[in-house]
Design a protein around this ligand. Structure first.
Ligand SMILES: O=c1ccn([C@@H]2O[C@H](COP(=O)(O)O)[C@@H](O)[C@H]2O)c(=O)[nH]1
Length: 269
């Protein structure tokens, strides 16, 4: 999907919500555990109940890899359900990959070609030659970690090298990489006070913002400086939406949580 198509969907739905599909079998309604593929049945119900309120879904691959081959099959079924039934929806494989060039190309093929995701998250630590193989894919986005939502972000990302914080180096340097128009960045909602500085470096880039909901990030605080001319934000909430309830009405309860965020978003754009 192109960035323009993503922006058009955001404007149409008045939503820049991304729902995280981080499925933990200990947290889903018990009646689903009798199904052949409980993870897929859970995702399908959540997607059918919330697709009109959000523009993107983000399965974190860890939650699928943890269940081995079965989990990977559930991921495959989920992305193919989304691509067939809701082709306008933007999809993010939150896999945080990146390696030497030829290995990165294989990661990119796995997520962009085999699974047909629109985007994948990558770590910047191995530098340009580890990220450019992802950027070479047309109409696919590579979402690079810049300033993450966790406490450990202060261990390295905010430390200075040559008088500039590491996360700023990540943003500044990557702007000059080949096909950098295909880059987006992860910035945690728990770091709202950093958005003003970040927008000075990447005024128009899309930012994937996890941390609203369970991690305590605040939508309005992020939007104050995070919104750009083309909206430029995808705000993710996973546990805060998908685990709204454990009873048979779980999908409707999740939709209510998603709607709370979407209604606020509509007033902000
Ligand atoms: O800095 C980061 C990068 C990624 N994540 C991921 O986003 C979701 C957040 O889930 P919640 O349940 O809404 O807290 C999850 O998949 C994380 O691995 C992040 O939180 N922070």
């Amino acid at each position: 999907m192109t960035t323009q198509e993503l922006v058009a969907q955001i404007r149409k739905k008045k939503s820049f919500l991304c729902i995280g599909l981080d499925v933990d079998l200990n947290k889903i309604p018990e009646h689903l555990l009798k199904e052949e593929d409980p993870i897929f049945e859970f995702n399908k119900a959540i997607i059918d109940a919330t697709h009109h309120l959000c523009v993107a879904y983000k399965p974190n691959t860890a939650f699928y890899e943890a269940y081995g081959l079965k989990g990977w099959k559930s991921l495959e079924k989920t992305i193919s359900y989304l691509n067939k039934k809701y082709p306008e929806i933007y999809t993010i494989a939150d896999a945080k990959r990146g390696d030497i060039g030829n290995t990165s190309t294989m990661y990119a093929k796995a997520f962009f070609e085999d699974l047909a995701f629109d985007s994948v998250t990558v770590a910047p630590y191995m530098g340009k030659d580890s990220v450019e193989p992802f950027l070479a894919f047309e109409n696919k986005h590579t979402i690079m970690l810049a300033l993450t939502s966790n406490e450990g972000a202060f261990d390295f990302q905010t430390k200075k090298i040559d008088d500039l914080e590491v996360y700023k180096h990540v943003l500044e340097t990557s702007k000059n990489w080949q096909n950098s128009q295909n880059l987006m960045y992860v910035v945690g909602a728990t770091k709202a006070e950093y958005f003003k500085e970040i927008r000075k470096i990447v005024p128009n880039s899309f930012l994937l913002v996890p941390g609203v909901g369970a991690q305590g990030g605040n939508l309005e605080d992020v939007c104050k400086y995070g919104l750009s001319e083309n909206i430029g934000l995808l705000i993710n909430s996973s546990r805060g939406i998908i685990y709204a309830s454990k009873d048979v009405n779980f999908a409707n309860e999740a939709a209510k949580k998603a709607e709370e965020l979407q209604v606020k978003m509509a007033t902000l754009i």
